[in-house]
Ligand binder design. Structure first.
Ligand SMILES: C[S@@+](CC[C@H](N)C(=O)[O-])C[C@H]1O[C@@H](n2cnc3c(N)ncnc32)[C@H](O)[C@@H]1O
Length: 257
């Protein structure tokens, strides 16, 4: 599992600038009554928090609010790989502005939300059995004022809605962490890549022991890597300083034989 040393109290100058703007205009979406987790106990609610993520400058950028649950291990937490992938989407916004995007294992969905903010048609997906994660995705879409489809999509499972997807960009942040799920993930990625020529899977992951398995499975599924970046190479310093780990970004496509 990915680890993080995020320092949520440390705010950059940019963040503080944004906050003062927001205070003046009172425009920032907040978690409304309807967005509260009504079935949670008060102890559970203590673990629920909201984080702010900033893209670009005040003039040409935006911020995104994410509801997180510190009690959860996986899909209700913004993992560092997600922050890095979201920044990549922002920096490549012209590529995303008319794209059809599917995010796999989206969890709190930061990269997909950035893609939607810059104009992409976005479907956010996560494990079909994790209804609390899918509910949270709908909430974060609402509080950020974006319209995305939310779909239960378990890797390697061929339920009817999967067949309706035809993305030209597939996103996946920190989806390569459990080696037992790698083959199913690549099966789904390959299926989606085959639906649309020139489509690409863009993923960020912690570079650790599963690397050889990733290479082996890419060959098995007829995939090739066209770009491999150190995830910190394009991060603004004020964002990078809150993150740690050896995170890579890979762009993966079908190998044409
Ligand atoms: C480490 S979390 C990453 C979440 C989010 N992408 C991020 O980076 O903040 C892994 C995500 O993959 C999802 N996931 C795990 N196994 C899955 C499977 N077999 N099918 C679909 N989603 C799965 C989890 O529910 C979780 O949201």
């Amino acid at each position: 599992m990915a680890s993080t040393n995020k320092n949520k109290n440390k705010k950059s100058e940019l963040e503080l600038e944004y906050e003062s703007e927001e205070d003046e205009d009172n425009e920032e979406p907040s978690i409304g009554k309807d967005d509260k987790f009504s079935s949670e106990t008060s102890q559970d609610q203590d673990m629920i928090t909201s984080s702010q993520h900033y893209f670009g400058s005040i003039e040409d950028g935006f911020s995104i609010s994410i509801i997180e649950n510190m009690k959860e291990e996986y899909g209700l937490f913004v993992w560092p790989s997600s922050i890095i992938l979201a920044e990549y989407v922002w920096q490549q916004k012209s590529r995303f502005s008319k794209a059809n995007v599917v995010e796999l294992g989206a969890g709190t969905s930061l990269p997909g939300l950035v893609a939607a903010k810059v104009g992409a048609d976005v479907t956010l997906t996560d494990d079909a059995n994790r209804l609390e994660v899918l509910d949270n995705m709908r909430r974060v879409c609402n509080i950020n004022g974006v319209k995305c489809r939310v779909l239960g999509l378990t890797w390697g499972v061929w339920d009817a809605p999967v067949f309706s997807l035809c993305p030209n960009i597939i996103l996946g942040a920190d989806v390569l962490y459990d080696t037992r799920a790698f083959n199913d993930l690549f099966a789904t990625v390959t299926f989606l890549l085959q639906k649309s020529p020139d489509s690409v899977f863009i993923t960020t992951y912690h570079n650790r022991s599963g690397h050889h398995l990733i290479e082996f499975l890419m060959e098995k599924w007829g995939l090739k890597c066209t770009k491999l970046l150190d995830g910190f190479s394009f991060m603004p310093p004020h964002k990078a300083s809150n993150l740690s780990g050896n995170i890579q970004l890979a762009e993966i496509v079908l190998e044409v034989k």
